[in-house]
Design a protein around this ligand. Structure first.
Ligand SMILES: [Zn+2]
Length: 173
């Protein structure tokens, strides 16, 4: 889980909204922002918001600064954004592999359960081909495709639906 908060975050925001960033900000703070991913992000977004505010009525009412409620709201937005980024970066590969293993196991079980059916079908098909009885083969082939279609649908569901469901379940905690 990547870090989503930094102790200097508020200082960076205040420096930006008070128009001290970056030229009149503390040298120490500037050094920190160079090495801190969170604060660099905060400074960039706060700068963009500050630019927009300068052209709005809010800036006339509160020149050079944001009201506390605005700052609180803004910080909540930033936190939610970072949490979303952190959640999106969670590894899903292990879940995919587990689902794929389940799907392969299911396929193996299905083939095992229907092996006598497969063998009988192959003999029947071979007999049909050698006997050149096309009309008798057609309904059988249709049944075979239908059976496989169901199997393929099951595998697709296992490989794609299961990891998404697990991912959503993990993502909600
Ligand atoms: Zn920081």
């Amino acid at each position: 889980m990547r870090q989503i908060e930094c102790a200097f975050e508020s200082e960076v925001v205040m420096a930006v909204v008070q128009s001290r960033w970056p030229d009149r900000a503390d040298a120490e703070l500037r050094e920190h922002v160079k090495t801190c991913e969170i604060c660099a992000d905060v400074a960039a977004v706060a700068g963009a918001i500050e630019c927009a505010l300068e052209e709005s009525a809010a800036c006339v009412a509160f020149p050079g600064t944001l009201p506390d409620s605005g700052l609180v709201w803004w910080k909540a937005q930033m936190r939610a954004r970072r949490e979303a980024v952190a959640a999106a970066g969670r590894p899903i590969t292990a879940v995919h592999l587990a689902a794929f293993a389940c799907a392969v196991g299911l396929l193996g079980a299905c083939i095992g359960a229907t092996s006598s059916w497969f063998q009988g079908a192959l003999k029947w098909a071979w007999a049909g081909i050698t006997g050149i009885d096309i009309k008798a083969i057609v309904p059988y082939v249709a049944a075979l495709i239908e059976g496989h279609g169901l199997l393929i649908a099951c595998m697709v569901a296992m490989v794609f639906v299961v990891p998404v469901a697990v991912y959503l379940a993990i993502g909600r905690d």
